[in-house]
Design a protein around this ligand. Structure first.
Ligand code: AMP
Length: 189
């Protein structure tokens, strides 16, 4: 093997070139939800489409198989794909929930929203020190939620391998709040 040959352990980032377009076609735009001026990207039609949902899960799994030891899903929509991805990878699933929902001892991180603040929590024993964790959510908007999830993993002593989202709202520049963390979106608008 010469240096300029692609190495087997570095697969191309996109194995299903039609996926982004098919995902885009499946998302439903809901204007003024949950409040006036927000265009909500509803991914529930994607969940109903079994072959497409499988391709989305497979795409993420192929990128991380063998490299992650747990999948973290952000309440609530991150639970759905996150749990499916964890199942396929054969690794544990870690829920990050809104304040007051997790029953045992937690770490908490607060972050700013457009109006006010939000707090998310993780069980203190959910991540082992040094464990490699993949963070999953449906949409990356301002990045505050994903950045808080990354911080929670670090508080537990874990390492975030990447943040995976179905859709990134590029105009909100959420990536800038995730400096130093690999972010992958199936689709960017
Ligand atoms: P943010 O912290 O601003 O990146 O917001 C991300 C969280 O809010 C994610 O859990 C998304 O599910 C949700 N979210 C924010 N904006 C939208 C949107 N336009 N459409 C759908 N979900 C959104």
């Amino acid at each position: 093997m010469t240096d300029d040959m692609p190495r087997a352990q570095e697969p191309p980032d996109v194995r299903d070139p039609a996926l982004a377009g098919d995902v885009a076609a499946s998302l439903r735009d809901v204007p003024d939800f949950p409040e006036a001026g927000v265009l909500f990207k509803d991914f529930t039609p994607l969940l109903l489409d079994v072959p497409l949902r499988d391709r989305v899960v497979r795409d993420v799994v192929d990128r991380h198989a063998g490299a992650v030891e747990a999948v973290l899903g952000i309440e609530a929509r991150g639970f759905i794909l996150g749990a499916a991805i964890a199942q396929e990878l054969g690794v544990g699933f870690i829920p990050v929930r809104k304040q007051g929902k997790l029953p045992a001892a937690t770490h908490a991180v607060s972050y700013s929203l457009e109006y006010g603040t939000a707090t998310v929590e993780i069980h203190t024993d959910a991540v082992r020190p040094g464990q490699r964790v993949l963070v999953v959510d449906d949409v990356l908007a301002t990045g505050g939620t994903a950045a808080a999830a990354v911080e929670l993993v670090r508080r537990c002593g874990g390492e975030v391998v990447a943040v995976e989202v179905v859709l990134e709202l590029g105009f909100l520049a959420g990536r800038t709040r995730l400096d130093g963390t690999k972010v992958h979106a199936l689709l960017t608008t």
